[in-house]
Design a protein around this ligand. Sequence first.
Ligand code: SIN
Length: 296
Amino acid sequence: MTEQTIDEQQPAAIPTLDVTPVSDAIGAEIRGVDLTDINDATFAALHAAWLKYGVLLLRKQSLSDADLVAFSRRFGDLDDAPPNENGKGGVNGFSEVLVLSNVKENGKAIGALGNAEAIWHSDMNYIAEPPTGSVLYSLEVPDSGGDTGFCNMYRALEELPADIRKRIANLKIKHDSSTNSGGFLREGAKPVTDVRECPGAVHPIVRTHPETGRKALYIGRRRYAYIMGLDLDESEALLDEIWSHATRNDFTWHHQWRVGDVLIWDNRCAMHRRDDFDDSARRIMHRTQIKGSAPF
Ligand code: SIN
């Protein structure tokens, strides 16, 4: 048997990344990493930073759809992109890549969401196993508008007044699946007349992050939410109170995009939103989504 050196026996040491927090609330910028050229050790360091900061920003990236998918797959299996308002899912042969855009070609939108505001939400909160996170890459951005905001849901829970925290400890929200974050009725969905009757998954309001073990608020999106078992008025009042607290400015950070930016967010402990923008400007983003598991 040939003798192994220490180096051969040990996995590569996790490198130290250049990490700069982007706000007091959430998020960090990673400098000096090219996402088309990372090894397992660099990915492990990125992953650890992602768990710590909730959102990572990497600038000056140049990714093909194949690169975006290959990098995203390091986090886990990917969801297929849902069909956009024109019924089209995926792009350039990559079923996992969702295009978010206001650009129209031959009179048809090439992507989802248009130029509309997207209100605060967690992605696909209305399904049984919401995604773990997303990777969003910018190809074209307007000079102003279309900023993406993030909210730290660990902090939102930690700083919730004690009486509300006690009240919600064992409560669950029904997360309506009728409308999307732009307010559009999803295909086949009926207009909502009573939130108690809405279709959608039921999840605990306080969830435990499966990787960090930390507890976070999980409130999905405000529109048509319902706290199971409460009178309608009581549910509405409690939701309003939780939402106005959770989206406080000091829990949030807003990113102004440049071409080549990549944002990677953890959907289990961060909510996000997007500002609207002038429809005469072009915004094209490609996004992947990492498959998730049931919140507990
Ligand atoms: C979203 O995923 O809700 C929209 C993000 C964005 O377009 O910046």
